[in-house]
Design a protein around this ligand. Structure first.
Ligand code: NAG
Ligand code: NAG
Ligand code: NAG
Ligand code: NAG
Ligand code: NAG
Ligand code: NAG
Ligand code: NAG
Ligand code: NAG
Length: 772
């Protein structure tokens, strides 16, 4: 109580431009952060956090997959309404596209792509591409609709050699447009048909496209569209044909409607130099697409108005929630650009769910909880608690209707599960942090229990035919039978450690809900990672690692430095045995004992860096550098790793993420480090690191704030914790709980210095280790 009152007083007295959520922090955002070097982030227009429409360019560059449509180099072949952000695997979406073309068009199935004259420019709510043929394309959007403004420059007759043709400009709407994949894993999307019609009486076109596959191997799904231009076309044609060579163009004329599995769409030709085009989309129907369009973008609406609304929305709902003082511009840009990257996906498709009727919120484009559960979801909760509660309800509602919660989901279809069923950890985290509202937690527990007790039916994924990669826990039969996972299942060791984490989530929920028998059972099961611990496995002066184990109980010889192929068919997925052997985050006291005690444990974490086997861009190791906090007086080493090994890999620039954004997983990682805390998902514990800035204020909603101040610090040279007060009290714990600083707000006052200090004598709890 006192704490939150102090928070309010501070807000009043701090004064300045920050109060009231009015400051325009979008000027510190580089929307191109993480768009190169494998970041794969989407830089186009997302009008509000999690908006359904994500409007941006689609670029072809040889055989490079364009995961978010955008690539800095290459030829633009369309501007489309739906994208993911930051994903790997294979591209998804890139649908409902249009492409401007100078002149008349003999064959719309030919390659219409264009180089860019200059690099694209963008800010929140606004995107601009200047094509080599002199056409400027500017974009803005709303939740369910997009606005294009085309400016055709002075006629360049040398380009076309046909003066009458070059005075005309065409917009091609190609329903078959969808992002391709060149990886040959069978993960490419397919266009499987559609419909297109033009209504000459009021000048709008509408239709739908059907697509399938992609990384989550989804069946056919439809997206409906409705488009209107600011001018009546001089002429229009509807086309249908089989391939881009055009030899088999079946129809090209002014028919009013085409449908089928061939490529199809429309060409609209104008003589005006400036033209606006607005498009609505819907998962439900063309009528709904038109309704979405007309509700959100009128004939008079301008790009500038929409961009301005988008900025206000992002300021109010996300950016102004975290305010800093004393940060350099580079770090301020890193903070706010990263915040943007955290809220691009999932997509809020409430009211747009074609799969079932209902009143619960609906979020799709979960890509993936395997990535985001480690630190993105806990920060999403803090920054945008309203959306977070909706997201949790949506996960449970997906279980109600589809039978399982997703680990990943897009185009209304669960898939793909990389390792564990991490919705369990996410629900547990929300539950222990007192997310209540309209969440039906009994159903939440039943959804988690489905993961824990019912093996999902096989989906015959060629990458891992042993069991389902669609949802749930494919290797559950072994987990239940042996308490470990034999090599009959792929990714067996990684699955075992994550199933332990997942079962710990069930324990947390069961305990909170008073389901005592279940609590005891799942606490037990959360310890089963220990069954993979081979005390004789050896590597670099350390003994004891998690290794594959056969049905007869024997351990398999395994070099702890090697993960085999590290992929779908191997025992370890995307990281090495050293890292996976450190991931019993609910059972660290036991892990330390098995590792040989505090000193050996510290050396074990050191070795990740000495042996150069830590990869800051890979999610399984996200918490590993901070495990020093579990050894009294060693917290300074976590801080050192954070500052020297990880922080320097990030910036607000296009190459500024050390790996795939992965739906904001990478961005939330660095924001937590800037805050100076690290979440342990499914527990109320936050490990204490060292804040980057003299002052940070986090708006926790309903008047509560967490204020974090430092004195004596310098981000690059003086970052070791010398002492800390939490809510005015001297603090020796290397951790705080949710209740200490978030539940009612709080205050953390650090004294920092250039020399390490053996601060943090009291280590965090190890809730599963209480069995001796
Ligand atoms: C016209 O197009 C040609 C061929 O791409 C180019 O070399 C020339 O610079 C263009 N002229 C103008 C005025 O843009
Ligand atoms: C030039 O464009 C006009 C109008 O689109 C077209 O009718 C004509 O065939 C074109 N001429 C040539 C030589 O391409
Ligand atoms: C288009 O189809 C024709 C004949 O059906 C074929 O020869 C040609 O290779 C195809 N072109 C492409 C790009 O698929
Ligand atoms: C999600 O979308 C629905 C429907 O548009 C809207 O009512 C709701 O407020 C959105 N949620 C958030 C957190 O913005
Ligand atoms: C927990 O595991 C122990 C040892 O495996 C077993 O004896 C005990 O019955 C289990 N308890 C529950 C509640 O499953
Ligand atoms: C292992 O320990 C020995 C003896 O303490 C030491 O000489 C050697 O350098 C250590 N090796 C590694 C990789 O730490
Ligand atoms: C288990 O099976 C493996 C492989 O067949 C064999 O090498 C090993 O000796 C067996 N272990 C036991 C305890 O029977
Ligand atoms: C914190 O540690 C210091 C130094 O070790 C000690 O003097 C002090 O009593 C401790 N404070 C608390 C609250 O435990």
């Amino acid at each position: 109580m006192l704490v939150s009152l102090l928070g309010i007083l501070e807000m009043v007295f701090a004064g300045g431009p920050e109060v009231g959520g009015e400051e325009d922090l979008t000027r510190h955002v580089n929307v191109f952060q993480g768009t190169t070097k494998g970041g794969n982030r989407f830089p186009g227009v997302v009008a509000a956090p999690f908006a359904m429409v994500k409007l941006g360019p689609d670029v072809m560059n040889g055989r490079h997959d364009a995961y978010s449509g955008y690539l800095p180099e290459g030829r633009v072949w369309g501007f489309s309404m739906m994208h993911e952000s930051g994903t790997g695997g294979a591209p998804k979406y890139g649908v409902v596209s249009q492409m401007p073309v100078v002149g008349d068009i003999a064959n719309p199935l030919l390659d219409l792509s264009q180089d860019r004259a200059v690099p694209d420019e963008a800010e929140i709510g606004y995107y601009k591409s200047s094509l080599a043929n002199g056409v400027a394309v500017e974009l803005s959007a709303t939740q369910h609709a997009g606005l294009y403004r085309y400016t055709f420059s002075k006629t360049n007759t040398s380009l076309f050699g046909n003066s009458s043709s070059s005075n005309m400009h065409s917009i091609v709407v190609d329903v078959s447009h969808v992002l391709p994949s060149f990886r040959r894993f069978g993960w490419e999307q397919h266009y499987s048909g559609g419909e297109f019609e033009y209504d000459a009486t009021d000048g709008h076109y509408q239709g739908f496209g059907t697509y399938n596959n992609g990384w989550n191997l989804s069946p056919d799904w439809n997206i409906y569209f409705c488009g209107r231009f600011s001018k009546e076309p001089e002429s229009w044609k509807i086309f249908k044909g089989t391939n881009s060579s055009g030899e088999t163009l079946a129809e090209y004329g002014s028919n009013e409607k085409v449908s089928g599995t061939q490529r199809l769409g429309g060409v609209f030709t104008f003589k005006e130099r400036e033209l606006r085009s607005r498009v609505g989309i819907s998962f439900l129907s063309t009528e709904q697409a038109c309704e979405n369009l007309d509700r959100e973008i009128s004939t008079e609406t301008t790009i500038e108005e929409l961009a301005s609304t988008a900025k206000s929305t992002w300021n109010a709902e996300v950016l102004n929630k975290i305010q800093v003082e004393g940060a350099t511009e580079a770090d301020t840009k890193l903070l706010y650009s990263s915040l943007l990257g955290m809220f691009l996906i999932p997509s809020n498709r409430t009211g747009e769910n074609a799969a079932w009727d209902g009143t619960e919120p609906y979020y799709d484009d979960v890509f993936t909880l395997w990535d985001t559960h480690r630190c993105q979801t806990s920060l999403f909760h803090i920054v945008n608690p309203t959306a977070y509660e909706e997201f949790i309800r949506s996960l449970i509602d997906i279980w109600r209707h589809d039978g399982f919660m997703p680990d990943a989901r897009s185009s209304n279809f669960n898939g793909r599960v990389q390792v564990g069923s991490n919705a369990d950890n996410v629900l547990a985290d929300a539950y222990v942090k007192n997310v209540r509202g309209a969440v039906n937690w009994h159903n939440g527990f039943l959804a988690m229990q489905t993961d824990a007790e019912i093996a999902p039916p096989p989906n015959n994924d060629p990458m891992a035919p042993d069991s389902s990669t669609k949802e749930g826990r494919g290797a559950l039969p072994d987990w239940l039978k042996y308490g470990y996972i034999t090599p009959a299942y792929t990714r067996s060791v990684s699955r075992a450690i994550e199933y332990s984490n997942n079962d710990f989530g069930l324990y947390q929920m069961a305990q909170g809900l008073g389901y005592d028998d279940d609590a005891a059972k799942y606490l037990n099961r959360s310890r089963n990672w220990r069954n993979h611990w081979n005390p004789r496995a050896e590597s670099n002066n350390h003994t004891g690692f998690m290794v594959p184990r056969l049905a007869n109980g024997s351990f398999v010889d395994q070099d702890p430095l090697s993960c085999g192929g590290c992929y779908w068919g191997d025992a370890y997925y995307e990281d090495n045995p050293w890292i996976y052997s450190l991931n019993a985050l609910h059972d660290i006291a036991r892990l330390k004992a098995l590792s040989g005690g505090d000193e050996k444990f510290v050396d074990r974490v050191d070795k990740l860096f000495d042996l150069n086997i830590f990869n800051a861009g890979n999610e399984p190791g996200f918490t590993s550098p901070f495990l020093y906090n579990f050894v009294p007086g060693m917290q300074w080493k976590s801080v050192e790793r954070s500052r020297r090994e990880i922080g320097r890999l990030y910036s607000a620039e296009p190459g500024g993420l050390p790996g795939n954004s992965d739906g904001g997983a990478m961005e939330s990682n660095i924001i937590w480090q800037m805050i100076g805390l690290w979440p342990l998902t499914g527990q109320t514990t936050f490990l204490i690191l060292s804040p980057w800035f003299p002052r940070m204020t986090i708006d926790l909603g309903t008047g509560k704030t967490l204020t974090i101040t430092t004195t004596g610090g310098d981000k690059d040279t003086a970052f070791y914790v010398q002492s800390l007060k939490v809510n005015g009290e001297e603090w020796n714990q290397s951790w705080v709980s949710w209740q200490d600083v978030f539940e009612d707000g709080g205050k953390m006052e650090y004294v920092l210095g250039a020399e390490p200090r053996a601060w943090g004598s009291e280590v965090p709890p190890s809730p599963a280790s209480g069995d001796g």
